[in-house]
Design a binder for this molecule. Structure first.
Ligand SMILES: Cc1cc2nc3c(=O)[nH]c(=O)nc-3n(C[C@H](O)[C@H](O)[C@H](O)COP(=O)(O)OP(=O)(O)OC[C@H]3O[C@@H](n4cnc5c(N)ncnc54)[C@H](O)[C@@H]3O)c2cc1C
Ligand SMILES: *[C@@H]1O[C@H](CO)[C@@H](O)[C@H](O)[C@H]1NC(C)=O
Ligand SMILES: *[C@@H]1O[C@H](CO)[C@@H](O)[C@H](O)[C@H]1NC(C)=O
Ligand SMILES: *[C@@H]1O[C@H](CO)[C@@H](O)[C@H](O)[C@H]1NC(C)=O
Ligand SMILES: *[C@@H]1O[C@H](CO)[C@@H](O)[C@H](O)[C@H]1NC(C)=O
Ligand SMILES: *[C@@H]1O[C@H](CO)[C@@H](O)[C@H](O)[C@H]1NC(C)=O
Ligand SMILES: *[C@@H]1O[C@H](CO)[C@@H](O)[C@H](O)[C@H]1NC(C)=O
Ligand SMILES: *[C@@H]1O[C@H](CO)[C@@H](O)[C@H](O)[C@H]1NC(C)=O
Length: 594
């Protein structure tokens, strides 16, 4: 039931309204409605409104945050935690974490999560993008993505003093004329710390990687950020893609929270959206019509809720909420993949004034050494069991075989393609040295669904952290490596003591059981949720096709972190901007029937 070419062709034949001014004054009809003025939504809005013959409305309840100093200042972002720029969600109690409830964050404001994130710009490993093609998405691979990565980027080469401080890059992988400014932090730490960190990682076999965005993340690197290093300001999605074009007469920003898609009452063989319903800040329910398409860009924790309230989802979940099923799509809200972040802090013998964005990405061989082949075999043997468990979480509406196929693709990435499976930050600030680390490719699969049919703002988030043993084994191995790093010369000389966890909670000679307890009691969300409306073959639980069109609908797409079918080693925004850029090309291409 892929949306038929016929419908899109028909849409393309409808004469575009002209001149656009008429529409600006007319009430409530646009060619495209984009739900969510976030990381992906604003890039897409920019592209779809480039041609003045097409009108675009973006709907979002957030505020203009251009004057928020902690948004603007590239060093201010931690000061935003818990403020009005945050949607403060929480998970449901986590079974494998002793029932702990975890905080889940997302950005609220024009710019979405790109307003509050850490700005880290790192892509992922080549093979991870090539795997998207194997999951049933022809044309999605590293080569295609690289074109888009470069197109949206304006890369600012490091200054000579920054190069000395470790800021390196390979020219061929970067763009020079896109809207997204990417560069190294002006407050980059200089001095001996960088050389010591580099040398200690080299002693552990993790040599310098000059550019972690080249399709190979392995080794130690200093990362650039989505910022303008000349102006020394954050470069979020709104700064790059929306504010410069906000005066386009064919582009509107509507203030409100979308609850659901409205459907045409016609005889089409697949349901077609007529528009959306949204709640205005003063509490009124309004509708707005979409002549061409509705595009959901509300983020991985919110888009599935809108799909469900619109009748697209697993019928047993929808029935339970009293929602009539319009499209049976059991993958909606499933396949939530997040990573589990654990932090270690140390006191140092000297003070480090500056920002130290240092990452080390490691593969399975680096983590497990000679044990890697045995681990590959035992993991492979476990795939059918894990697949059955994950299928059972969906009450069997997605088959274990389908899920096993997806896990097998991931197994190949880890054990055949040798992609990196963990990231370790090793940083310092003042007299504190910090490691934060996470498994980049966990096998656990969670879900996010509506908590109630009356509440579009409170997702029921269940990441199911550590529901697969492999994930805990990786976290323990990475934790051991991260602690070993700080005791390896020369960096060991600047460390006074480990502060958190202290030696009662985690002694130097801690057993695996102690490491596991520590991991379960301390891990938090890595804020990299994705996959909840996955771009994948429908029979494997996919929700959108390789054009990001929602299966079973005529004119609805999803363009946000929900569509990424699997994790990548990098941080998500680099990838999301490229995905949204490609979506823009596809949607514009459909206008002319190309
Ligand atoms: C604290 C934090 C730190 C991070 N650090 C980094 C980092 O350093 N580097 C990196 O690459 N990634 C980082 N990430 C991840 C990355 O920022 C996100 O994955 C990415 O921004 C998500 O983009 P998106 O387009 O999917 O959603 P968002 O950018 O979240 O956009 C969704 C938008 O939809 C709106 N919305 C939601 N529901 C509705 C509705 N019903 N109606 C209308 N509008 C709605 C929201 O208000 C929001 O504006 C971080 C994330 C967090 C939370
Ligand atoms: C917009 O439409 C008009 C009238 O149909 C046409 O002449 C013009 O070329 C179109 N503009 C673009 C950018 O396609
Ligand atoms: C949307 O409405 C809210 C609530 O009134 C307000 O705080 C916010 O600033 C508005 N957003 C914009 C972009 O005007
Ligand atoms: C989270 O947001 C809700 C609703 O805006 C608010 O009532 C609550 O106090 C907030 N919690 C925290 C911890 O900020
Ligand atoms: C990647 O996809 C493009 C189409 O977008 C295709 O031309 C190319 O051959 C593919 N490359 C690889 C290595 O598969
Ligand atoms: C794993 O990483 C190490 C260190 O970066 C590297 O030397 C090795 O070649 C990698 N192994 C594979 C299989 O890619
Ligand atoms: C270690 O931390 C725990 C919990 O924070 C505390 O109860 C304990 O007293 C601490 N031990 C030491 C040696 O400081
Ligand atoms: C770890 O070291 C402490 C102190 O020397 C000792 O009491 C304890 O038995 C050791 N634990 C293990 C598992 O070796």
């Amino acid at each position: 039931m892929v949306p038929s070419r016929r419908i899109l062709v028909t849409l393309a034949l409808v004469a575009a309204p002209w001149p656009p001014q008429v529409l600006a004054s007319s009430t409530d009809s646009y060619d495209y409605i984009i739900v969510g003025a976030g990381t992906c939504g604003l890039l897409l809005a920019n592209r779809l409104s480039q041609d003045a013959n097409y009108t675009v409305a973006i709907i979002d309840p957030g505020a203009d945050e251009r004057d928020n100093p902690n948004v603007v200042d590239p060093l201010g972002w931690l000061g935003l935690t818990g403020t009005s720029v945050y949607w403060n969600y929480s998970s449901i109690p986590q079974e494998k974490l002793g029932g702990r409830v975890l905080e889940y964050d997302a950005g609220r404001g024009i710019g979405g999560t790109s307003l509050i994130n850490g700005m880290t710009y790192i892509r992922g490993d080549k093979a991870q993008f090539d795997a998207w093609e194997q999951l049933g998405n022809p044309g999605w691979n590293w080569t295609t993505m690289l074109k888009h990565f470069k197109k949206i980027e304006q890369f600012f080469p490091p200054l000579p003093w920054q190069e000395t401080a470790g800021a390196l890059y390979e020219d061929e992988y970067h763009g020079t004329s896109g809207e997204m400014h990417v560069g190294f932090n002006p407050a980059l730490l200089s001095g001996s710390f960088y050389g010591d960190v580099k040398a200690s990682w080299a002693a552990l076999g993790q040599t310098l990687n000059r550019d972690a965005s080249s399709g190979d993340t392995a080794g130690f690197d200093v990362w650039p950020q989505t910022l303008d290093p000349v102006k020394n300001v954050r470069w979020d999605a709104a700064t790059a893609f929306y504010w410069p074009v906000q005066d386009r007469p064919n582009l509107a920003l509507l203030n409100g929270t979308v609850s659901r898609i409205l459907w045409k009452n016609d005889e089409a063989d697949v349901p077609e959206a007529s528009g959306v319903e949204y709640l205005t800040p003063d509490g009124n329910i309004k509708t707005v019509n979409a002549r061409r398409e509705v595009i959901l860009s509300a983020g991985a924790l919110r888009t599935p809720l809108i799909l469900e309230l619109s009748g697209i989802g697993n019928p047993s979940i929808l029935n339970g909420l009293g929602i009539e099923t319009v499209v049976n799509s059991p993958g909606v809200g499933e396949n939530l993949i997040d990573q589990s972040n654990v932090a270690l802090t140390y006191s140092t013998k000297e003070s480090f004034p500056g920002y130290a964005p240092y990452a080390t990405f490691v593969n399975a061989t680096s983590l497990f050494g000679d044990g890697v082949e045995a681990l590959a075999a035992s993991t492979k043997k476990s795939l059918p069991i894990w697949a059955q468990q994950i299928a059972a979480q969906t009450n069997g509406v997605i088959s274990a075989r389908a899920i096993e196929h997806r896990l097998q693709v991931q197994h190949d990435l880890i054990f055949k393609k040798g992609v990196t499976i963990a990231e370790i930050l090793s940083s310092a600030s003042g007299t504190t040295a910090i490691s934060a680390y996470w498994d980049t490719l966990p096998f656990s699969r969670g879900s996010v669904h509506l908590s109630s049919a009356n509440d579009i703002n409170t997702p029921a988030i269940n990441p199911r952290f550590l529901s697969v043993d492999f994930d805990l084994a990786v976290q323990v191995a990475v934790g051991r490596l991260a602690t070993k790093f700080w005791t390896t010369a020369p960096i060991s000389a600047v460390i006074e003591a480990r502060v958190d966890p202290n030696s009662t909670i985690l002694p130097d000679n801690a057993t695996d059981a102690q490491w596991e307890d520590f991991t379960r009691s301390s891990l938090i969300s890595n804020s990299h949720s994705l996959g909840t409306a996955a771009m994948m073959k429908r029979e494997w639980g996919g929700v959108v096709d390789s054009q990001m069109r929602v299966y079973g609908t005529g004119n609805v797409r999803v363009v946000d972190a929900s569509v990424l079918p699997m994790q990548v080693s990098g941080h998500l925004t680099a990838t999301l901007y490229a995905v949204a850029e490609r979506a823009g090309e596809m949607i514009v291409g459909d206008r002319s029937g190309l």
